[in-house]
Write a protein that binds this ligand. Structure first.
Ligand code: NAP
Ligand code: MN
Length: 276
């Protein structure tokens, strides 16, 4: 089994990475940073986003595993004191892999077209002032947006930025993308839906802006500036990202543990205390 490893770069993550390499060597795993089967990230969800973009061209052939050094992550769901267990499983067990949808973003400018894949989301903001953008769905004009920005997220990204702007949390078995607004201005001229909307696979949304306006584009943790943009086309990508699951950790349990902290034991007690 060949693996690559990326750590966040802080002291704890680097120590854990060294420890992992030692354990892996003892178990006969091969470190291969160029053509791995498993890509391990040690740090947080942000570290897994970096690992995803580093191995973006191999997305069909690698499976990711994330270890977190702080709080529970959505992609990083192994704890720092579970390294030994993880290495043992990696050396002896064929993992179940789960595939989750990605977002394809095509940015058409006067100078050419760029295509990106996002694991969490694409964000669009104006470089200065509010963003004005027309949103088309499946080539039909849908609304004229004016406000701070637009977030288009994947299902696994729905618990990230999308959730902070009141988007829905979507189970990653649904092949969909979600468009959420950041502080839209609504009046007689600019009217938007207000709630986030979810498109299925094979639908697409085009965002058309004034080509004179420079744009700030975010793809996951990366931020870029674009000029002379004609349109931006978002759709569910044909490619999917794979995660190696050495043990089950259902998505809704992760959502509950990350955001609610509610334990099933408490539910039973609360139900018993409920007045008749
Ligand atoms: P960051 O500023 O460290 O990330 C912000 C937080 O989002 C961190 O706690 C990060 O977890 C967490 N996160 C990342 N992906 C997530 C996901 N799919 N579900 C739930 N939480 C998630 O920057 P970063 O670590 O490079 O991550 C970039 C991501 O941050 C973006 O893709 C975007 O989703 C999110 N973000 C959120 C806001 C907002 O909510 N207002 C603004 C900008 C960016 P870790 O600490 O484990 O890395
Ligand atoms: Mn982070």
């Amino acid at each position: 089994m060949k693996y690559a490893l990326l750590d966040r770069g802080d002291r704890l993550s680097r120590e854990l990475a060294e420890r992992f390499h030692d354990l892996a060597r003892q178990r006969g795993l091969t470190r291969d940073e160029s053509s791995p089967e498993i890509v391990l990230s040690i740090g947080g969800d942000g570290t897994l986003l970096q690992a995803f973009h580093r191995f973006r061209d191999k997305v069909g052939s690698v499976a990711f595993v994330g270890v977190h050094t702080g709080h529970l992550g959505f992609y990083a769901d192994w704890k720092k004191d579970e390294l030994e267990e993880l290495v043992q499983l990696m050396a002896t067990v064929e993992p179940k892999t789960v595939s989750y949808p990605l977002l394809r973003v095509e940015i058409v400018t006067d100078g050419g077209t760029s295509v990106y894949l996002a694991l969490n989301e694409f964000t669009l903001k104006s470089v200065d002032g509010t963003l004005v953008a027309q949103l088309n769905i499946n080539d039909e004009p849908f609304e004229m947006f004016r406000g701070d920005g637009i977030v288009v997220s994947t299902p696994t990204g729905s618990t990230g930025y999308n959730k902070s702007v009141n988007g829905a949390v979507i189970h990653p078995h649904l092949e969909a993308l979600q468009i959420a607004e950041i502080a839209s201005i609504n009046n007689r001229v600019y009217r938007t839906l207000g709630s986030s909307l979810i498109l299925p696979k094979h639908h697409h949304c085009d965002i058309v802006t004034d080509p004179e306006e420079p744009l700030a584009v975010g793809i996951d943790h990366l931020v870029m500036q674009f000029h002379e943009v004609r349109s931006i086309i978002c759709s569910v990508a044909d490619e999917k990202v794979q995660f190696a699951r050495y043990r089950p950790f259902p998505f809704w349990n992760r959502v509950r543990e990350a955001f609610i902290g509610f334990k099933p034991e408490d539910a039973v007690q609360a139900a018993q205390k409920r007045p008749k």
